[in-house]
Write a protein that binds this ligand. Structure first.
Ligand SMILES: Cc1cc2nc3c(=O)[nH]c(=O)nc-3n(C[C@H](O)[C@H](O)[C@H](O)COP(=O)(O)OP(=O)(O)OC[C@H]3O[C@@H](n4cnc5c(N)ncnc54)[C@H](O)[C@@H]3O)c2cc1C
Length: 469
C-alpha cells in the first residue's frame, strides 16, 4: 500500500520482498473493515476488492457482534476477503503503477547517513535510497537494525491454527474455556477441517508440529479426532508490542513491524493499510522538498496512539474470551452494554476504523477526522468526494460562493474543487454535524482545516501540511 501511495505521488519507489510471489501458504486476515474499504475507495480501487469479497457485518468485540448497517458511510459493512486473496489484488495495483520489486531477496541490514540509506540485500547487492520503510512484519529486521525498542506485553496464550483431515467427526463450532477460544469448522471441500486451539503460553516453539496440535486437541476436547495430513500447522499468541518510535532518522516503520497483537476483531492488516496511507503522502511531500522532515514526525504522533488503542482493545478482548463463572458474568454485562445504541456505535466505530481522530486542535468535529464521501454538485456534474482523492493529492473543497479562494502559490500542489453539497453531514458515532463552508482535505482523506472551525488560518494549514508559499 505504501509503495502504491508513493508511486501515485510520483516518487521513485522499490519493494524488497523475501517471497517470490504474493501468495500466502496459510490463512491470515479474514477481511477488511469499513475504513479500509473507504481508503481503497479514495484511490478508486475499492471495486476490485468488493468484486472479490462478500460484504458482511464482521465487526465484533470479543465475538459480540457490532452491526454498523446504520452508519453514515458508503460501506456500512466489512468485507469477507481472505488476506491471500487481498494481497494479490493490491499487488496488481502496485504493479500497474510501475513499482519495481526486488523479489526472493531479503533486507539484511542498512546504514544511514545525512543524505540517505544504504540497504544491504541477501544476494550481496546494496540499494541506495533517500528513505527506507520497514513494512517487514512483526519480526522486522529493519526495526531491529534501527535499534527501535518494541516494548509491550509477553504472551499469555498460545493459539494453534491448522487445516487437517480427521478420522473422527469434528465438533464444529466455537467454544470458550479458561484459556480462550476453541474453534473447529469443516472446510468447503468437505474433507479438511480448520482448527484453532488455544492453550496457556508456556514458551511453545515457533514451528508447531502435528503432534503439538494433537496434544492441544486432546487437552481441550479429550480426543485428537484422529487429526492427520495437515496442510499447515501454525501458531500465534497474544503478545502485544508496539515500536517506541515509528521513525529513526530516514527509517520508518509501518504495519506489523510497528505493532503486533492478538488477531481478535481483525485489526492488524487494516491498521497497516491505514498506516501506509497516513505515511505515503507525507514522505512524498518531504522527498519532493515541499515540506521539512518534521512532517514525518506527525506520522508517529498520529498513528502511534491509534495502534496503542488497538493493543489495549485486543488485550481486553483476549481477557473477555476466557470462560469461567466470573468472566461469563462479566461477558453478560458487556454484551448487555454493547446492545445499547450509544456503546454499540462507539465500539463499532472504533473496530471498523471509522472513528480515527487525529488531534489537530479544537474546532469543528470534522477537523482531524475522515472526510465523508459526500455527493457533490460540480460544474462537471455529480461527483463523489472520494473521486477527487484518486490521485492522492490534497483538495480544498469550497462549498460556498464560487471563486472565494485563491490558492496562489499552492495552486500546483493543492486542488481547488468548487461544489455544492445538498445532503446532511453525519459522522459515525457522532451523528449529525454542522455543514462546513469549506474544508481542506489531506491526501489520506483526513480533514486538515475547516472554515470557521479551525484555530489555524487556511494559509497556516496549507503551510503546515503542504509546505510554505
Ligand atoms: C491467524 C491470524 C489471523 C489474522 N486475522 C486478521 C484479520 O482478520 N484482520 C486483520 O486485519 N488482520 C489479521 N491478522 C493480522 C494480519 O495478518 C497482519 O497484521 C498483516 O499481515 C500485517 O501486514 P504487514 O504487511 O505489516 O506484515 P506481513 O504480512 O508480515 O508482511 C511482511 C512482509 O515482509 C516480508 N519480509 C519480512 N522480512 C523481510 C526482509 N528482511 N526482507 C524482505 N522481505 C521481508 C515478508 O515476506 C512479508 O511479505 C491475522 C494474523 C494472523 C496470524
Amino acid at each position: 500500500m505504501l509503495a502504491g501511495e508513493l508511486a501515485l505521488a510520483g516518487i521513485d519507489v522499490a519493494v524488497v520482498e523475501r517471497r517470490a510471489g504474493q501468495e500466502l501458504d496459510r490463512p491470515r486476515a479474514l477481511g477488511l473493515h469499513a475504513r479500509t474499504i473507504e481508503v481503497l475507495d479514495q484511490r478508486g480501487i475499492a471495486d476490485r476488492f468488493l468484486a472479490a469479497g462478500r460484504p458482511v457485518q464482521v465487526q465484533a468485540f470479543s465475538m459480540i457482534p457490532l452491526d454498523i448497517g446504520d452508519f453514515p458511510t458508503r460501506h456500512p459493512y466489512g468485507l469477507a476477503l481472505p488476506q491471500n486473496e487481498f494481497e494479490p489484488i493490491l499487488a496488481e495495483w502496485v504493479g500497474e503503477l510501475g513499482v519495481r520489486a526486488y523479489r526472493t531477496c531479503e533486507v539484511t541490514g542498512f546504514a544511514q547517513d545525512d543524505a540517505g540509506v544504504e540497504v544491504a540485500l541477501s544476494d550481496g547487492r546494496t540499494l541506495r535510497a533517500r528513505y527506507l520503510a520497514g513494512c517487514d512484519g512483526g519480526r522486522s529486521v529493519v526495526r531491529r537494525a534501527a535499534g527501535i525498542d518494541f516494548p509491550g506485553w509477553d504472551p499469555s496464550v498460545n493459539s494453534l491454527i491448522a487445516e487437517v483431515e480427521m478420522r473422527e467427526e469434528p465438533q464444529a463450532g466455537i467454544r470458550r474455556d479458561a484459556n480462550g477460544t476453541q474453534a473447529m469448522r469443516r472446510l468447503d471441500d468437505g474433507t479438511r477441517v480448520a482448527v484453532v486451539v488455544t492453550e496457556r503460553f508456556e514458551g511453545q516453539s515457533d514451528e508447531p508440529t502435528l503432534e503439538d496440535l494433537r496434544a492441544a486437541l486432546r487437552s481441550v476436547w479429550g480426543t485428537d479426532f484422529g487429526a492427520h495430513s495437515p496442510t499447515f500447522v501454525s501458531r500465534f499468541t497474544d503478545m502485544a508490542r508496539q515500536a517506541a518510535s515509528y521513525r529513526a532518522g530516514r527509517v520508518l516503520l509501518a504495519g506489523d513491524a510497528a505493532h503486533i497483537h492478538y488477531p481478535v476483531s481483525g485489526q492488524g492488516l487494516n491498521l497497516g493499510v491505514q498506516d501506509a496511507v497516513n505515511l505515503g503522502w507525507k514522505l512524498a511531500e518531504v522527498i519532493e522538498g515541499h515540506c521539512a522532515e518534521g512532517l514525518l514526525d506527525t506520522y508517529h504522533a498520529e498513528r502511534h496512539p491509534v495502534a496503542a488503542g488497538v493493543l489495549q482493545s485486543t488485550m481486553a478482548q483476549t481477557a473477555l474470551n476466557r470462560s469461567d463463572a466470573r468472566m461469563d458474568a462479566l461477558r453478560t454485562v458487556v454484551t448487555e452494554l454493547l446492545g445499547m445504541d450509544e456503546p454499540r456505535r462507539r465500539m463499532a466505530a472504533r473496530v471498523s476504523g471509522l472513528d480515527v481522530h487525529y488531534d489537530l486542535g479544537p474546532g469543528h468535529p470534522l477537523l482531524g477526522r475522515r472526510m465523508p464521501d459526500v455527493d457533490l454538485d460540480t460544474e462537471d456534474g455529480a461527483r463523489r468526494m472520494y473521486s477527487f482523492l484518486h490521485e492522492a493529492r490534497p483538495v480544498l473543497l469550497n462549498l460556498g460562493a464560487r471563486g472565494r479562494f485563491d490558492l496562489g502559490p499552492w495552486a500546483g500542489r493543492v486542488r481547488l474543487v468548487e461544489a455544492a453539497c445538498e445532503g446532511g453531514w453525519a459522522l459515525p458515532a457522532l451523528g449529525e454535524v454542522t455543514a462546513p463552508g469549506a474544508v481542506l482535505v489531506r491526501p489520506d482523506g483526513h480533514v486538515a482545516w475547516v472554515e470557521e472551525g479551525s484555530e489555524q488560518s487556511l494559509p497556516d494549514a496549507l503551510t503546515a501540511w503542504f509546505g510554505p508559499r
